[in-house]
Each structure stands twice: as structure tokens, then as C-alpha cells.
Design a protein around this ligand. Structure first.
Ligand code: SF4
Length: 284
């Protein structure tokens, strides 16, 4: 298997993406369109030029370099070296499984001493399932492997990758089919089929709930999620309240942030509802 993986970030010593100290690999490309996403670099599978919004001297060196190389002022690879303040970078790097795993193995001592490992995240990492499987072939049995996913992929892909993972962080956003489709583009039948498979697999997992004002924090959705978790006997979940800075990175990739909810509204934290139903909710 010679799958190449396209990565937009590798975060070492991460403590929020599964047990212990981990290296999180963020794979490019996502098949959902959640407008609360704070990582637009992860949405596109393409290599992108990213420009930091602060510190620009307006010297024009980036555009001049682009013009010389491509005949257009649109920022390109040449702009990266041309910027005196190093504000421009390329998002997206292709790795072979071997080259990525060589890097991941460098922190193996930390994984072993902390009970950590490697987490594949994104974007939606399952869009690069062949690459994850190629990495798992090299890492499995030596490094604890985790997957952070929204579960929107063909069941056969989910099952295959799940079989190679030790731990899964599964996003539960919205339960009702029409609302999940509207706000994320995901198909509830597929997502909850894959969630059912995960729960019944006996693998360790955690449910993660993004709390988005007026979207996922509504009474109706909270009740639906609690009913879903209780139905499986799940007694612990993690919630990630909406980050009001979520829109900040959109301009860096040349996009305008257009949330389909009111981002100024305060998010409701449903700790009481969860605890009344015997579910501990950890707020991240
Ligand atoms: S080269 Fe850098 S500092 Fe100069 S205009 Fe471009 S981004 Fe701004």
C-alpha cells in the first residue's frame, strides 16, 4: 500500500485528543460543512496558501514574487520566502506512511510513560482511510492509536479503520436527521449506524459534543443526545462549547466567515440535564 496522506498540522504533546500524551495528526479534507468549524484549513483537501492577518507591512513583496513566478498576483509558494515577516505559509504536506510514522515514533517514549499515543484527526480523517490504514500497519501493536471522527463515511470504511484503532473520539452534534443534514450535511442514518457499530465493538471510546448556540445546545437536541447515550448505557461524555474566535482563521485562507447561527449568543452548558440523567459531562 503506497497511500500518500495530506496533513495540515502535527501537534506533539497534545493532552486533549485521547489518553496520555499524544501526537495528533490533522489530515486535510472534510465531507461536512459545519459553520462553527474553527479550522477551515481542515475543510479543503487542497494545498492552500495561508496568510496571517496581523503584522503585514503592506510591502507587496508577496504579490510581486507571485507575479514573477505565475504572471498573477495571487499568493503562491514563491510568496512564502518573499515575505520579510514570515506571515505566509503553505497548509498541507504530503507524507508517505513511512515518513509520517518515522516522525511519530520519535515521541514513543512519551507515549509509553504517559499511556498516550497517536491520534488521527482532521478535517475528517476517514476521508483518508487508506493512509490511516497504511500508518496503522506500521504503528499497530507499538503505539496506542486513536481516531477522532464525525462518523460520516461508508460503513465498510468505518469498520475497517475501527478494527485498527484502540480508541475513538466520536462527535455527536445533532440527533434529528433533518437538523443534522441542514447544519452539517451529514446523513444521520450513516453516522448513527457507525456509532452503533463503535459502541457494540467493545473498543474504548468517548463521545464529544460541540455545543453551538441555538444549534446543538437546544433543549430538544440535548434531550435527544441524552436519550441516545442512555440507550447505550453511556455514563460519560465531553462537551466543547463554541469558541467565539472560530471565525478568525477564515480570512487566513481567503474566505469570509458566514455562520448559519448567531455566534454572539451565549452557549448553554447542559451539565444539569446530563447529571440528572446519570451522565457525567466534562467541559473541555
Ligand atoms: S510580503 Fe508579507 S509583509 Fe509584505 S505585503 Fe506580503 S504579507 Fe505583508
Amino acid at each position: 500500500m503506497n497511500a500518500l496522506g495530506r496533513v495540515f498540522s502535527i501537534e506533539e504533546f497534545s493532552v486533549f485528543d485521547g489518553p496520555g500524551i499524544r501526537t495528533s495528526v490533522f489530515l486535510k479534507g472534510c465531507n461536512l460543512h459545519c459553520s462553527w468549524c474553527h479550522n477551515p484549513e481542515g475543510q479543503s483537501k487542497d494545498i492552500q496558501i495561508v496568510k496571517s492577518p496581523n503584522g503585514c507591512l503592506n510591502c507587496g513583496a508577496c504579490k510581486k514574487a507571485a507575479l514573477l513566478l505565475t504572471g498573477k498576483e495571487e499568493l503562491c509558494e514563491a510568496s512564502v520566502a518573499a515575505c520579510p515577516n514570515k506571515l505566509i505559509r503553505i497548509s498541507g504536506e504530503d507524507y508517505t506512511a513511512e515518513s509520517l510514522c518515522d516522525r511519530l515514533f520519535k515521541n514513543q517514549q512519551f507515549y509509553e510513560t504517559s499511556g498516550g499515543g497517536v491520534t488521527f484527526s482532521g478535517g475528517e480523517p476517514l476521508m483518508q482511510s487508506d493512509f490511516i490504514l497504511a500508518c496503522a500497519k506500521l504503528l499497530r501493536g507499538k503505539v496506542h492509536l486513536a481516531l477522532q471522527t464525525a462518523g460520516m463515511c461508508k460503513p465498510e470504511i468505518f469498520d475497517r479503520v475501527l478494527s485498527e484503532m484502540d480508541y475513538v473520539l466520536f462527535d455527536i452534534k445533532l440527533v434529528r436527521e433533518e437538523r443534522l443534514k441542514r447544519y452539517t450535511g451529514a446523513d444521520a442514518n450513516i453516522v448513527y449506524r457507525n456509532f452503533d457499530t463503535l459502541v457494540k465493538s467493545g473498543k474504548d471510546f468517548v463521545v464529544r459534543i460541540p455545543l453551538i448556540p441555538g444549534v446543538t445546545d437546544t433543549k430538544e437536541n440535548i434531550a435527544d443526545i441524552i436519550a441516545c447515550l442512555k440507550g447505550y448505557g453511556i455514563t460519560y461524555a465531553e462537551a466543547m462549547p463554541y469558541n467565539k474566535m472560530a471565525g478568525a482563521k477564515y480570512t487566513m485562507v481567503g474566505r469570509t466567515y458566514q455562520p448559519d447561527f448567531d455566534p454572539a449568543q451565549d452557549v448553554y452548558i447542559p451539565e444539569k440535564e446530563f447529571s440528572e440523567n446519570g451522565i457525567e459531562l466534562c467541559i473541555l
